[in-house]
Design a protein around this ligand. Sequence first.
Ligand SMILES: *Cc1c(COP(=O)(O)O)cnc(C)c1O
Length: 378
Amino acid sequence: METDYSLLAPGPVNLHPEVLKILGLPMIHHRTPFFEEILRRSLLNLQRVFQTQEQAFILPSTGSGGMESLLVNPLSPGDEVLAIVSGKFGERWSKMAQTFGLRVTEINLEWGKKLDLALVEKELQKNSKFKAVLCQACETSTGIAHPIQDLGGLISNYPDTLFLVDAITALGAYPIPMDMWKIDGMVGGSQKAFMLPTGLSFVSFSKKAWKKIEASTMPRFYFDIRREKKANLTGETFFSSPVSLIRALDWVLQDLLARGLDHHFKIIEKRSLFTKHFVHALGLQQFSETPSTSLTALVLPPNVDGQKLRAHLEQTHLITLMGGQDQLKGKILRIGHMGFIPMEEMVTFFLKLQKAFREFNVSYSGVQEDEMRAWLQK
Ligand SMILES: *Cc1c(COP(=O)(O)O)cnc(C)c1O
């Protein structure tokens, strides 16, 4: 099972072989000079991945914990926020905001449709009291990438409004320079582009956000970023550090930066281009109008039960993809491009996908193995 199994979900992802080795190292205590050095280096390198002058933080939580941190630190109960909702993760963030007593106005986009900036501008002009705008950089439930740079430019014209971005399937996957794009709070996650297991989230806040963090009246404890900042000054984390995960992160960040961020982005982009090319060659369509490079969502022919096909791919061909949720249940397949995926695995994947299509009587145009190899040689 283990050697043939192909994890092609948009998180969690296939681990880098070096990460696997590091995860097996003996435990060290987190309050030791050895770990202090690892933590300090990781925090500095993480800051370079965020492309920010501000401090970056490592939180011992899944991505959603980082999303919570982005809300509870700079905002206060009763604050009005504008949430761009274009799928499951947008829905989650809006619900989370309401849970913390924020007054949420939603911009509900049709799933997979391009975001019209004018919609956001209209809301901001109508109500200048918004303390934050929330948006996914990539809405993983549909595979869409939103125009974060343009949104950042727009929102920066409003001195009292923060731009908070869920970049969990963007940070480390494609360019999203926090400072340059005027993002005030951004979150990433370990089990996506960082080739690590689930369990760490990464956050950073702009100067504009820090002013609000000092003034916020929101109750917070576990995700109180002020305490985390203070602990980091002495080479520690606020709570016990997930040592194994941070040790593996340290290696990933060093490797990634040594090769260059752009190089890492290009590898992911190549898997994405390959997938998108051969999805079309099979005669299928992508779901989203402005697709992300971190995953591809393909539309299945209407007569195919996507849930059964997905389960079959997993059980018979040992490939895990993700299907659609809610309104998209059974209608799309989502293929992740993050994690450790040699191109060879992509070729095998397309061959097995076609086999599964035949087994399910899906009509498609066949793609030969040598066509794929020729594409890779280009
Ligand atoms: C994976 C993901 C999350 C976080 O999910 P967790 O299960 O909490 O790690 C949040 N937002 C997006 C866009 C994601 O892709």
